[in-house]
Design a protein around this ligand. Structure first.
Ligand code: AR6
Length: 170
């Protein structure tokens, strides 16, 4: 895989200039705390109105909306698994989040996409395992597809950044 197609930055995903940012949403798609709350605040109330028309989303699946007042043109909402000790198919479901987001990006001809660490906040998925799944699934997808051209992992804080950096340096 071409290394330049994966980038790592530190900071707030709501201010990243890309074609699409990914939201770590819940099954209702009607907003919440964490990155979901920050995205809805930055995008403005039109985002919630569009989300209300989507009829929610299954865990491990993803849906796309416009980005409204965000710099990103689109938001891809994905629903990560709640961590339950690893006994409820959480790994497969988290991998599916990355797969379905990237597939939606491809279908919508999105060239650049930014991901937060899905499920690693309120949903409690161990951050190192989650980062490994994120990097593995992304590399796998990019090796078979020319779109998206670039995937940016947005680490929130120094520890998260180091976790991804080590994986991407390998
Ligand atoms: N930019 C980038 N990353 C962020 C930001 C930000 N502005 N804010 C938080 N993070 P979380 P989840 C990181 O809790 O675990 C919501 O209520 C954060 O440090 O946002 O998937 C939804 O509605 C963490 O690493 O999402 C759901 O109910 C990562 O983003 C539930 O939380 C994800 O943390 C989803 O929980």
């Amino acid at each position: 895989m071409n290394k330049q197609r994966v980038e790592l930055i530190k900071g707030d995903i709501t201010s990243v200039e890309v074609d699409a940012i990914v939201n770590a949403a819940n099954n209702s798609l009607l907003g919440g705390g964490g990155v979901d709350g920050a995205i809805h605040i930055a995008a403005g109330p039109e985002l919630l109105t569009e989300c209300e028309s989507l009829n929610g989303c299954e865990t491990g699946q993803s849906k796309i909306t416009k980005g409204y007042r965000l710099k990103a043109k689109h938001v891809i909402h994905t629903v990560g698994p709640v961590w339950c000790g690893g006994y409820r198919d959480e790994h497969t479901l988290l991998a599916s989040c990355y797969q379905t987001c990237l597939a939606l990006a491809k279908i919508n001809r999105i060239k650049t996409i930014a991901f937060p660490g899905i499920s690693t906040g309120i949903y409690g998925f161990p951050k190192d395992m989650a980062a490994l799944i994120a990097v593995t699934e992304t590399k796998r997808f990019l090796s078979k597809n020319s779109l998206p051209e670039k995937v940016i992992f947005v680490a929130y804080g120094d520890e998260n950044f180091e976790t991804y950096r080590k994986l991407l340096d390998q």
